[in-house]
Each structure stands twice: as C-alpha cells, then as structure tokens.
Design a protein. Structure first.
Length: 149
C-alpha cells in the first residue's frame, strides 16, 4: 500500500513511470548467459538485422478521464508510449508504434495497464499487429507517404 501522504495522482504518475520503464527496459535487459556457441553462429546472430513490427493500440478506458481532465486515462497510456523511445504516431482513434517485437509486446501490455493505474475502473484495448517472418519490413511512413499532404 502506498504511503497515505501520496495523492492518487502521484501514485498514478509513479505507476505510469514504472510501467514505461518496464516496457522500454524489457528488451534492453541483459539475457542470462548461455553456453558458448560456435563463432559462426555468434557472428550470424550479431550481424542479423532485427525484425520490424508495426502495432496500433486503441485503449477504451471507462471512464476515459475525470471531470477535470476528460482524457486523463487515455493520456496516461500515451505517456507510456512517449517515454518508450520508439517511433509512434498518435491518431484520433489509436496510436501506431513501430520497432522490434521484443520492445513492442511489453509496451502494449504497459499501455493497457497504464489506463488502470491512472484510475480507470476498466479498460478495453484493441490491438492490431503486423510483422513478417523475416527481417525488416515496411515502416509506417512508407505505407502512408503517398496519402499525406
């Protein structure tokens, strides 16, 4: 239980910060040392480019905010994405984020959880994910460039 002197707002901001740190740090955490692999396998794994994923998440918290801040719970979710350091675009009905899958998956979970930590009674997250089996893949900019003005 948090110290009684912390306001609910302070607790939610600390929780959002913790969630963004968790989501962004999950992929950068050092793996457990494994038995030595052959030099060729190690070189191939190190030289291979990372896979690319595009995800769109729409959070629908209930309520979406408070009387003083109409979109407080949604804003908490977006703050987690902003703190992560991945490329993202906020749209009117969701946010698109792109990067390596090992960073995207924990981020999606943290974004969902951020709405609850901000004070929403419940939340629904609608998630679309696109990735390929190989390396690389198109960026959001490549997919929509010709439609932008």
């Amino acid at each position: 239980m948090a110290h009684p002197s912390f306001s609910r707002l302070s607790r939610s901001r600390l929780s959002a910060l913790w969630l963004s740190t968790l989501a962004c740090g999950a992929a950068s955490a050092q793996p457990t040392p494994q038995p030595a692999a052959s030099a060729a396998a190690t070189t191939a794994a190190t030289a291979a480019p990372s896979r690319h994923m595009i995800a769109e998440i729409q959070v629908v918290p209930r309520p979406s905010g408070t009387a003083d801040d109409r979109y407080k719970h949604v804003d908490a979710a977006i703050a987690v994405i902003q703190a992560c350091g991945l490329r993202y675009e906020v749209h009117g009905m969701g946010t698109v984020v792109e990067g390596p899958p090992e960073k995207i998956w924990p981020l999606l979970q943290a974004v969902h959880q951020a709405t609850l930590e901000a004070g929403a009674e419940r939340t629904l997250s609608i998630i679309k994910v696109s990735s390929g089996a190989g390396t690389g893949g198109p960026s959001v900019d490549e997919l929509v460039r010709k439609f932008r003005r």
